[in-house]
Design a binder for this molecule. Sequence first.
Ligand SMILES: [Cu+2]
Length: 307
Amino acid sequence: MKKNKILGHPRMQRSSTAAKPHVFLRSRSMRGALRCALYARALFGMSFVAHLRKCSGRNLRFLSENVSGIQMLDSRLKRAGMTFFLSLLIFSQTIFAGTVTGKANFSGTAPQMEKISMAADPVCSSLHPEPVSEETVLVNNNGTLKNVFVYVKEGLEGKTFPAPTTLVTINQSGCQYHPHVFGIQVGQPLELINSDSTLHNVHSLAEQSKSFNLGMPLQGMKLTKKFENPEIMVKFKCDVHPWMNAYIGVLTHPYYNVSGDEGTFEIKDLPAGDYVIEAWHEKYGTQTQNITVTEDTPAQIEFTFAG
Ligand SMILES: [Cu+2]
């Protein structure tokens, strides 16, 4: 084996003796190991962090037919300097993060949802020539369950996440809340909108944060509220229209999602680690599962709620 002239690094060596050219990328220097891990990621789609560790070890071998790709990367890296990539390493959380994907299944017979009578308010009933159904249990066509709130319950202790400034919106439209189930972070602004030309009031039944009861008599009216503490789940109701309710998962972190029309959910950019994931449903309660998240492969989970 000869020293690698392409990379010009004594501990990064290439051999052309194998059936496929294989590239040895390892280094005992921090700079070399970083470069090695970057190659591994860029050329082979491998995990940066996992290979940073491996690249610092002995006898590492990556098989590759893409030697010209390495040449190109190497010259680019030299030009750009390691500072840029070190910055990436330090500031990019996503490099260290993984994804949880999954599905909320439903088994049994889907209960028939009652049609809502909005006759008490002519404005509401006029908005629905065809009556709408209650939203307590929504079973999708593919046998999955909608409006399951899925979130990281344990595993993030000691970590803090700043409250996003982006607005989360709940709209009172057609005398229903949209969305019916959603998540928000502690301290994140929640915009309440009344899109109807009738009186609604948003009555928050929060137990961990200040509850409120806000009349919103005018169409187009907007208010903004925040929650001070986490809570699974905060219920909203409208005292004028007793069929109106919504559920809000309030968390100290951004790792949550709600199952939609396909019953699927996805929690992105979760730091690698062990977690307890909880799935909450308005009628069927909660379930938990333990998972391990790595930056290599998405963790997959399925919950099944029985009707
Ligand atoms: Cu209302």
